[in-house]
Design a protein around this ligand. Structure first.
Ligand SMILES: [Zn+2]
Length: 306
C-alpha cells in the first residue's frame, strides 16, 4: 500500500523543504553610521568607493546615517552624496554626534542638533527623515526620551533603530593598528575574527528576537563607514549569506513593525530587541549591550591585540 504514495513523495519533500526554509529564514539589512572624513582620513575617497562597490556588486541597497561632526565639511558630505546617487537611503545621525543619554545634553539642544543635520542632508537624493541616535542612546530621563519621541511624531520623523548591534568600530581600531604596525598577517587574522563576531552577534539578536517577539524580524544591522568595512565588506556579505542570511534593502527592513515600536526602558536605546527584552525583564542582559570591553579579552586570548 505504501507504494501508492510514492509519486507524491517528491512533492511532500519539496513542501517540507520550503516550510523548513521559511521557518528558518533569516533576513537582515545593512546600515552604516557616521560617514568618512577626507580631512582626517587620507584614504576616505578610496574607502568610500570600496564600500559602495561591494554593495553594488552584491546588489544590496543599504542606508547611510551621516553625522556632520564625523565628516567635517563639504568633502565628507560629497562622499555621502555618492551613497545617495548609488540608490542608498540617507538618514540623520545628528550634527554633533552627542549622546542624548549625556546629562549635559538637553532635549532642546539635541533637537536643534538633529535639525542642523536635517538642513545639511535633506537635499540629498534618497534622504529620509529617519534619526539614528548616536551611540544608540535615546535618552536618560523620561522627559528627554518621550520629548524626542513627541518631536519626531510632530515633525514627520521616524526613529531608525537597529536590531543587530555589534562592535565593528572596535575591530576597526585593532585592524588599523595592525596595518599601521605593518603586521598584515595579524590584520588578516583579525578580519576573520571580525567576521565571526558579526555572525555571532547576528545569531544572538535573532535568538533574542525569537524569544521576546516570537518571530524572526527583518533585522537591521549596525555597521560604520570605516577601514575594516572598506576592506572586508565583500567578506562580511558572503559570510552572512553562507550562514543563511538573506540581505534585504534597508528601506524594506524598516517596514517591519518592530521598528515603529518604542520600548519604555531607561536609559532608552540599544538594539530595539535588547530594549524589548529589557522591558520584559529577560535575565542576563548586559549594559551596554555591545562594547569593546567584551571584545578585548577575546582578542587578547586569541593573540590578536597589537
Ligand atoms: Zn555614530
Amino acid at each position: 500500500m505504501a507504494f501508492r504514495f510514492l509519486p507524491f513523495r517528491p512533492f511532500a519533500v519539496l513542501v517540507l523543504a520550503l516550510w523548513t526554509s521559511w521557518c528558518s529564514a533569516r533576513t537582515l539589512a545593512l546600515t552604516f553610521d557616521d560617514g568618512f572624513n577626507p580631512g582626517k582620513q587620507p584614504e576616505a575617497v578610496q574607502w568610500n568607493a570600496q564600500m559602495l562597490e561591494a554593495l553594488r556588486d552584491h546588489g544590496i541597497k543599504a542606508a547611510l546615517f551621516p553625522s556632520l561632526a564625523r565628516m567635517e565639511g563639504a568633502g565628507g558630505m560629497a562622499l555621502a552624496a555618492a551613497w545617495a546617487r548609488a540608490g542608498h537611503l540617507i538618514g540623520n545621525h545628528t550634527a554633533s554626534h552627542r549622546s542624548l543619554a549625556d546629562p549635559k545634553v538637553s532635549l532642546d539642544w539635541f533637537i536643534a542638533d538633529v535639525q542642523a543635520a536635517d538642513a545639511a542632508a535633506k537635499n540629498l537624493a534618497g534622504f529620509v527623515p529617519m534619526l539614528r541616535f548616536p551611540y544608540l542612546k535615546e535618552g536618560d530621563t523620561p522627559a528627554k526620551r518621550d520629548g524626542m519621541r513627541d518631536w519626531m511624531a510632530r515633525n514627520n520623523y521616524r526613529s531608525a533603530p537597529v536590531s543587530i548591534d555589534a562592535s565593528d568600530w572596535y575591530y576597526n581600531i585593532v585592524y588599523a593598528a595592525h596595518l599601521k604596525a605593518g603586521d598584515a598577517g595579524k590584520a588578516a587574522r583579525l578580519k576573520q575574527a571580525y567576521l565571526r563576531h558579526l555572525l555571532d552577534r547576528a545569531q544572538y539578536y535573532d535568538g533574542l528576537a525569537r524569544e521576546v517577539l516570537g518571530r524572526s524580524p527583518v533585522h537591521v544591522m549596525l555597521l560604520h563607514t570605516n577601514q575594516i568595512n572598506a576592506a572586508a565588506l565583500p567578506d562580511v556579505i558572503e559570510a552572512l549569506t553562507a550562514h543563511g542570511w538573506n540581505i534585504a534593502s534597508a528601506g524594506s527592513a524598516f517596514q517591519d513593525p518592530l521598528y515603529a515600536q518604542a520600548p519604555g526602558t531607561l536609559p532608552a536605546g540599544e538594539s530595539v530587541i535588547w530594549a524589548h527584552a529589557k522591558a520584559l525583564g529577560v535575565a542576563g542582559l548586559r549594559y551596554p549591550a555591545e562594547d569593546a570591553a567584551y571584545e578585548e579579552p577575546l582578542l587578547r586570548d586569541a593573540g590578536l591585540l597589537p
